[in-house]
Design a protein around this ligand. Structure first.
Ligand SMILES: [Cu+2]
Length: 445
């Protein structure tokens, strides 16, 4: 009994903590400076693109640091577009089905590196079919052709035809236990011939192109990163016993909560450009009939059962394959409450949020029990009304601010709750939110 009570109290505290942190983060979000606004979207997937038909991406390995929610900084590696600084995770490469894709990898690190393209057929390296690499003694040294260490010349050119639409990873095939964990990974999106607003060549995979989101999982053992940094500084081999590998951080788009819900390119996260707040509007058969799309991928080593609250995901693809009958092409999509994204897997889920209760402050009033001041300690984002879009009702005594425009926030998080941490700082890690804006016209920014 005693144990049970402790557990219950913990959960109450956990929920409170989530909202305290979310409130603080959202206030920061609402006050983001105008200077931070660019033509790139502040929320949603950020594609790096090149010439349609024959896209060429020139990637250089870079080293840098990322910030974690416990105010730590962690040394990382990454692939960056040539001439651009280190970023984590590596750029989201978006191409079209049928494109002849060229990726030139320049290596600046003192170890051989490579890129693998899981799910892509007929990949070549410097014009030859890719193949595993072995040393003179017959020992496997890389799962694919490498860009040799800088001193030896340092580049390799990969090429493939993007023959299948879907969500994919690209990542180092060389010493991946170290190099992928150091950050040599990114997402690859192949858009179908049917059009950029479809996930696959199926009419039922159409989504709202303004509501496309990346959810990329990874993990960090900072002890490994520290050893790699020291080895680099002292020009010696990396000496880390992977039996001792123990992640302390689990990341979502390269950030830990609450940074996850900060905008893309947030100024205070200079090397972690990708947010994961999913901003949508309520489903409406006429004005907003299309689903939002989430592209999930897992570059970490443990299964992430992602749980979006208040919405199921309709799983329309996995590992770059539409969920359809292999013989008849019949739709085999299924609703999922929790999405167990395995290491190396990708999942495509579509969703919407439906106002099933018919919220309307005038014709469907719901009596609201205003929380007591004592319970409103973390309620500064409460509008005093349950109605989406009615942010201007009376606010509880003791609160100082309203939601920005009457929006709802609903949590999505890794249900491996032991991972909701930043090296012991609780309620961090792979947590993000869905923001449901009221239907237009609204005052949402
Ligand atoms: Cu949950």
């Amino acid at each position: 009994m005693q144990n049970k009570k402790i557990k219950t109290m913990r959960w109450e505290w956990v929920v409170a903590a989530i909202f305290v942190v979310a409130a603080a983060a959202l206030v920061a979000l609402n006050h983001r400076p105008a200077a931070a606004q660019t033509t790139l979207p502040s929320e949603g997937i950020v594609c790096t693109t090149s010439t349609p038909g024959n896209p060429i991406f020139t990637l250089t390995t870079e080293t840098g640091y990322i910030g974690t929610p416990d105010d730590n900084v962690v040394y990382m590696w990454g692939y960056s577009e040539i001439g651009k600084p280190f970023q984590h995770p590596s750029p989201v490469l978006c191409v079209n089905e049928g494109d002849n894709v060229t990726i030139i990898l320049h290596n600046t690190l003192p170890v051989d590196v490579s890129i693998m393209f899981p799910g892509q057929d007929n990949v070549t390296a410097d014009g030859e079919p890719v193949q595993p690499q072995y040393d003179a003694g017959g020992n496997l040294t890389s799962l694919t052709n490498v860009a040799p260490a800088l001193a030896n010349g340092g580049s390799v050119t990969y090429n493939f035809t993007a023959s299948k639409p879907g969500t994919f990873l690209y990542q180092s095939g060389t010493d991946p236990a170290v190099q992928v964990r150091m950050g040599l990974f990114g997402m690859l999106v192949v858009r179908p011939a049917m059009g950029a607003n479809f996930a696959y060549n199926r009419a039922d995979s159409e989504f709202n192109p303004n509501a496309e989101f990346m959810v990329l999982f990874s993990e960090i053992d900072p002890m490994l990163n520290q050893e790699v940094e020291r080895a680099m500084e002292n020009n010696r081999p990396i000496n880390f016993n992977m039996d001792n590998y123990h992640p302390r951080y689990w990341m979502l788009n390269g950030r830990g909560f609450p940074d996850t819900i900060a905008p893309n390119f947030a100024s205070w996260l200079p090397s972690q450009p990708y947010g994961s707040l999913a901003v949508i509007e309520p489903y409406d058969a006429i004005s907003n009939p299309l689903n939002a799309l989430e592209r999930f991928a897992n570059a970490g080593a443990s299964v992430v059962p992602m749980h979006p609250h208040a919405k199921n995901s309709l799983i329309i693809g996995r590992d770059g394959q539409p969920t359809e009958d292999i013989n008849t092409d019949a739709d085999m999509a299924w609703e999922k409450f929790s999405l167990p994204v395995g290491p190396g897997q990708t999942w495509d889920g579509v969703f919407h949020w439906q106002d099933v209760a018919g919220y309307d402050p005038n014709v469907n009033p719901i009596p609201v029990q205003i929380p007591s001041v004592q319970n409103a300690g973390f309620g500064s984002l409460y509008s005093g009304s349950p109605y989406l879009g009615d942010a201007n009702g009376a606010i509880p005594v003791g609160t100082t601010s309203l939601t920005a425009c009457g929006e709802y926030y609903l949590i999505s998080h890794d249900h491996g709750l032991q991972r909701l941490t930043a090296w012991g700082t609780p309620m961090s890690g792979p947590i993000t939110f869905m923001r449901v804006n009221p239907p237009p016209p609204n005052n949402c920014q």
